[in-house]
Ligand binder design. Structure first.
Ligand SMILES: NC(=O)C1=CN([C@@H]2O[C@H](COP(=O)(O)OP(=O)(O)OC[C@H]3O[C@@H](n4cnc5c(N)ncnc54)[C@H](OP(=O)(O)O)[C@@H]3O)[C@@H](O)[C@H]2O)C=CC1
Ligand SMILES: O=C(O)CCC(=O)C(=O)O
Ligand SMILES: [Mg+2]
Length: 741
């Protein structure tokens, strides 16, 4: 048996990255076994996580190991070496679709309950472990270091992606509340002793309900609480809908319903209810009776309408259409199919959607498939200013130029469920007017807010050790790159003010002589970084968890066209390593293209970069020189792949994901054959390189010949393994060479 030490864990996830793995992993396993490294798979796909949580009615071969829990435990140990590909963070419509697919395949698992009986609550509680962003917070036992590697940046400079021009009279802008929202109502404190707190709601009659008990706070931990007013939200949305209509610009909503899985679907639902106000006023009871939940989007409502008698269905559909006709034009997700911005809460995810809009001249797509100026609605004002500043900058200076622009990398505070992204279990939709308090064991109130029915109240925690580690990582990156590091913290925001105190306490623990380290508000930091980026200069953004997420899509998408090409390292606090692939997600539309025309445009560059750093980490931990050589030669191969333009094309009948994997195998083998540090590896890889090279034309042809037809994967969330593998490995010549190596 191999000890945990000689194992690299490679995650099986969903959608495009899971397909890519069928083709890339056999190559990786073939190469790494030469250094006695076992690359072991761990299935953390959405389907697999559901099955792992509902084992009781499954047969022996249907049962799945709870790979996520295992990896979560491993992430806390020094042995961890995990390569994490992007996975689906499921919205409720995606969860329901996966459950239905599994049930149809004979897996006896419960449907997601609509009611609130005790047994419903129990099932919902178990699904809560799978819903939304349920993987990353479990594995992220460290802070994050994300940057565009030098070859990627150089490639983008020589081969710039398209960039929409900006006009100074663009009407596009960000609309945000600015008052009665999470940002403006925030309160924060740092506890000085380990304690346990409860979250209590007391109504106007004095009746107290415990919303949550037994929340442990460690010494030095920061706790915030805040509330967003439902009334203020609804009147803000009404105003912005009218304004978009008056100004003839698109209305679009940008949320993170996946990661902020409790608060953001509720906010999304209020926007749907406000946009379709007439429909809900007239048919609210009917809609509720058929389980049409606005929080799941217009798409869900339209689907549920099918349960009504035909005349009622037609009547409500006509009223929905009237709201669309009378309202402002909605930004579209897919204008050909009539999918609007309000159809599915997980279709428009702010980290990727705002940069895509900024890259596209500040415009989104209208119902005719044309791009148009847009009002981007970001209700909470905590971070909205970053996007407005970027828009202002583009209006003033024009679009960024990828051939000359500098780079903004990120050091992000995310360990141990830091900040907002760990708030799900402490977020509540308030039932009745009253007060919500965070109370400690001694009965002292740490934080309190007056609330009204429908308000969203939440508390966030940020532990001290992760903050210390984050400050250290920031100084290390500033030192390693001799680049200014900016802490994006606003002294006027309650949470940030607590964090600033800690940054000022911990910075002196490090040698910062000669380094340019500053603390600026997010808006000032944006302006500072954009001014530099325009002049070709680099800056490190040192941010909290949400801005980590936003900045690591915003800057990469502007700089190199996609965040999939980012190096994304998570030095785990207990000494292990988690290597994420890029910052980009699982790109559902790539799968759609694959099943329609057998062309997978997913770029595995993130996987190549992550594997190289994982191998390097392995080499250091285990004193394994061969692993280091594998890492160095893999990086060489990646550079050659970029230089020779063998990355996947977007168009059918041109090189795709599989073709790029073949060239990686060839270039990696050649680099190993050409190195002289290790004769054994040289001897092993020389014949492989020769065989691959001799068969280059045949393999390339075999890989191309398969394109152009539909592919049957027998499922979306739980496709057939053998079908997917066969589809992703269509070259018999390549398979023979790799499998017999
Ligand atoms: N770390 C994680 O686990 C993450 C998971 N997600 C999940 O991914 C799903 C989709 O999220 P979404 O916000 O649309 O973000 P995506 O990053 O999946 O999509 C945005 C766009 O980026 C481009 N892109 C992303 N990755 C690649 C790649 N490797 N190769 C080529 N192009 C790429 C594609 O654009 P185009 O094809 O138009 O060029 C894609 O449509 C959701 O389920 C979300 O929860 C999202 C982010 C991170
Ligand atoms: O976990 C998720 O839902 C998405 C993660 C993400 O977008 C990121 O880490 O950049
Ligand atoms: Mg992200």
């Amino acid at each position: 048996m191999t000890s945990n030490k000689s194992i690299i864990n490679y995650t099986i996830t969903d959608e495009a990255p899971a397909l890519a793995t069928h083709s890339w992993l056999p190559i990786v396993q073939g190469f790494t076994k030469t250094a006695n490294i076992e690359v072991q798979t761990k299935n953390i796909s959405l389907a697999s996580r559901i099955l792992a949580n509902f084992p009781e009615n499954l047969s022996k071969d249907q049962k799945q190991e709870d790979a996520l829990t295992e990896l979560g435990a491993l992430a806390k140990s020094a042995e961890a070496n995990i390569i994490k590909l992007p996975n689906i963070s499921a919205s409720l419509p995606q969860l329901n679709a996966t459950i239905a697919e599994l049930q149809a395949k004979g897996f006896d698992i419960p449907s997601y309950p609509e009611g609130n009986s005790d047994s419903d609550k129990e099932i919902k509680g178990r699904y809560a472990k799978v819903l939304g962003s349920a993987v990353n917070p479990v594995l992220r036992e460290g802070n994050s270091d994300r940057r565009a590697p030098k070859p990627v940046k150089e490639f983008a400079r020589k081969n710039p992606h398209s960039m929409g021009v900006w006009s100074s009279d663009s009407q596009s802008h960000v609309a945000t509340m600015g008052e009665n929202d999470f940002a403006s109502n925030e309160k924060s404190t740092t506890v000085t002793n380990t304690t346990t707190v409860s979250i209590l709601h007391t109504d106007t009659q004095g009746n107290t309900t415990t919303l949550k008990s037994e929340v442990t706070l460690l010494n030095g931990e920061i706790i915030d609480s805040t509330a967003l007013s439902k009334k203020a939200l609804v009147s803000f949305i009404e105003k912005e809908i009218a304004d978009a209509k008056a100004n003839g610009i698109l209305f679009s909503l940008h949320m993170k319903a996946t990661m902020m899985k409790v608060s953001d679907p509720i906010i999304f639902g209020h926007v749907v209810k406000t946009f379709f106000k007439d429909v809900f006023e007239k048919h609210g009871d009917t809609l509720a009776s058929i389980g049409a939940n606005p929080n799941n989007g217009l798409g869900n409502i339209l689907k549920q309408l099918g349960d009504l008698p035909a005349d009622k269905e037609a009547e409500i559909k006509a009223d929905i259409q009237a709201c669309i006709d009378n309202g402002p034009a909605l930004a579209m997700v897919n204008s050909d199919k009539g999918i609007t911005n309000l159809h599915v809460p997980s279709d428009v995810i702010i980290d990727a959607s705002m940069p895509a809009m900024i890259r596209n001249s500040g415009q989104m797509w209208n119902a005719n498939g044309e791009s148009q100026d847009t009002k981007a609605v970001i209700p909470d004002s905590s971070y909205a200013g970053v996007y407005q500043s970027t828009i202002d900058f583009c209006k003033k200076h024009g679009a960024f130029d990828p051939t000359t622009m500098g780079s903004v990398s990120n050091v992000g505070l995310m360990a141990q469920k830091a900040e907002e992204y760990g708030s799900h279990d402490k977020t509540f939709e308030i039932a009745t007017e009253g007060v919500v308090k965070v109370v400690n064991e001694e009965g002292n109130t740490l934080l309190e807010h007056n609330v009204e029915a429908g308000d969203i109240w939440r508390a966030c925690q940020t532990k001290d050790l992760p903050i210390q580690d984050w400050v250290k990582l920031a100084v290390n990156r500033a030192r390693a790159t001799n680049t200014p590091a900016i802490f994006w913290l606003d002294k006027n925001r309650a949470h940030d003010a607590e964090l600033i105190k800690k940054v000022n306490t911990y910075l002196p623990n490090h040698d910062t002589t000669g380094l340019d380290i500053r603390i600026l508000s997010p808006v000032d930091a944006t302006e500072f970084s954009l001014d530099r980026i325009k002049d070709g200069l680099d800056t490190i953004s040192v941010t909290g968890n949400v801005l980590r997420d936003y900045n690591t899509d915003l800057f990469p998408i502007l700089e190199v066209g996609t965040s999939a090409k980012m190096l994304s390292i998570v030095p785990l606090m207990n000494g292990g390593g988690l290597f994420e692939t890029g910052a980009g997600g699982s790109a559902p539309k790539h799968v759609q293209q694959f099943v329609e025309e057998n062309h997978l445009r997913w770029d595995s560059l993130g996987e190549f970069l992550a594997l190289a750093v994982s191998l390097e980490h392995f080499a250091e931990k285990n004193g394994n020189d061969k692993a280091q050589i594998l890492a160095d030669t893999l990086d060489e191969a990646t550079i050659k792949l970029l230089d020779t333009d063998k990355s996947p094309s977007r168009k059918v009948n041109e090189i795709d994901n599989r073709g790029s994997h073949f060239y990686m195998a060839l270039y990696w083998a050649e680099a190993l054959a050409n190195q002289n540090e290790n004769e054994e590896l040289k001897a092993i890889f020389t014949p492989l390189a020769e065989t691959l090279k001799a068969n280059e034309a045949t393999i390339a042809q075999e890989l191309l010949a398969t394109q152009g037809n539909e592919v049957e994967l027998e499922g979306y969330y739980f496709p057939s393994d053998s079908k997917a593998s066969a589809a992703m490995r269509p070259s018999a010549t390549l398979n023979n060479t790799i499998d017999n190596f």
